[in-house]
Design a protein around this ligand. Sequence first.
Ligand code: CTP
Ligand code: MG
Length: 354
Amino acid sequence: MPTAHDDRDATCYALVPCAGVGERAGAGGPKQYRHVAGKTVVAHTLAALARVPRITRTLVVLAPDDLDFAASAPEFDGWAEPCGGATRAASVFAGLTSLARRGARPHDWILVHDAARCLVRPAAIDRLIDAGIDDAVGGLLALPLADTLKQADHGNRVAATLDRSGTWIAQTPQMFRLGLLRQALAHAGDSVTDEASAIEALGHAPLLVRGEPDNFKLTWPADFALAERLLTPDAELKVFVPARDFELSLRFYRDLGFAVGSNDGNLALMRRGRLAFFLQNFYLPAHADNLVMHLAVDDLPAWAEAGARLAAQYADHGVRASAAEQRPWGLRDMTLIDPTGVLWRIAERSVGAP
Ligand code: CTP
Ligand code: MG
């Protein structure tokens, strides 16, 4: 155990395991190098760590054959070490050895943070450091489990409902002293999926510090779209869509799932979740015939179904819809022509595209 004297001069380092292959995230290479909101996942992660002044230096653990990191995080000015192992625990362990070689001392604090948690907020990291810095063991960001917890049988049926009281979901950073963590991981082996469980296996009780739901680990394909939404600055660009028959277009867009936000009879604000446009009682054929709305969605089949339904319902008013198809320009999309002749191209969102 560290002494009180050690506490006063301990340095904080961050260690970012970045050597995984991202199998569960599906195609597209290691998930930490996919683009979200204009930057790679790991660039967002490292930018968040760089905004915590008490973190003196960050070490990124790369796969030995990594060729992507340097171009993926051009602003990073810490250490990168191609010492990743076959499991996350092996990568972290190798990273600790590298930190020790670079001068980190046994009583220094190491904040291990997944490259794939790119939504972590500096304020949450600061809370963890505040809570952990004077603690004998250290701790981790975590969230009390809100949902009911099910144990599955070997397939997709419920075998049992587990008691969720007192249960937390472990996040990162996880903050432990270099010496204790090296000892714990050497003892626990490669199978532990976080640092805390290795520390627990030595009989210690890490501190649970409340984190935030945003700090989820990008794991499944749909997580990238969610991260994109959360990381995209909030601004709204709205188009004025013409209407030849204003009441008819209002009905059409309502049937497509848009709600009418405001309507003075000549201009209506149409909203559907985060989508919005103005419907305008205005019609110039050349304008209407040349206006194309491009919409990227995550649930194209549902839009295709709605398009087909509306094409049947409004067939007498010129509404047409095509089925979803793969296009030569690399997108899968469908078309929908509204009662005024405005063309909507509704495409499947290509998550991770730069
Ligand atoms: N990681 C690592 N070395 C490994 C495995 C994982 O450094 N051998 C890193 C990942 O790059 C990621 C973090 O540990 O930043 C969390 O792991 P996880 O979410 O499991 O990432 P992957 O192992 O890449 O994903 P998957 O398990 O779906 O393959
Ligand atoms: Mg993994």
